[in-house]
Design a protein. Structure first.
Length: 157
């Protein structure tokens, strides 16, 4: 009898602990979700290409976002959006420098618009708190990419 009640008590404790973990993860997910880059960084927000992922570049590719929706960039590839609204671009390989506008699309991709076309950037996926803007990737539809790292200061999260 003692063995059965001991096993029952152990099972109840185990289930209660598992339930607490599930509730904790749900709370972190619901209240800790980061959305745009301003959830982690103060404007202006600047990223620079990681040279190892962009060996063909002779200029340092730089992307700067302003809080008014404008973007300033140097050495960035633009192109046409990918097929079936894939988060990538078909680029002719030419690099552009100038000014444009930026937006976050419904899928969380950062899109820069200019007369040259569109540039797409994806944040890293955080574990429980949504997108992690400490790493950006510019994906191309030929399955290549360029990674970017921030040079801006983080906000006090």
């Amino acid at each position: 009898m003692r063995l059965k009640s001991g096993l029952l008590f152990g099972a109840v404790v185990f289930v209660a602990a598992a339930l607490l973990v599930v509730i904790g993860v749900a709370i972190i997910t619901m209240f800790g979700i980061r959305t745009g880059p301003s959830s982690q960084y103060s404007y202006p927000i600047v990223w620079v290409a990681v040279p190892e992922t962009d060996p063909e570049s002779t200029v340092a590719s730089v992307l700067r976002l302003e809080d008014d929706g404008t973007a300033v960039y140097k050495g960035i590839k633009f192109g046409d959006p990918g097929p079936d609204d894939r988060a990538c671009i078909d680029s002719d390989g030419e690099r552009y420098s100038g000014n444009g506008s930026w937006e976050l699309d419904e899928d969380g991709a950062l899109r820069i618009h200019d007369d040259a076309g569109t540039a797409v950037f994806l944040p890293d996926q955080g574990r429980f708190t949504g997108p992690d803007w400490s790493e950006l990737r510019q994906p191309f539809c030929d399955d290549t990419y360029v990674d970017f790292s921030p040079t801006s200061e983080r906000t006090g999260q």
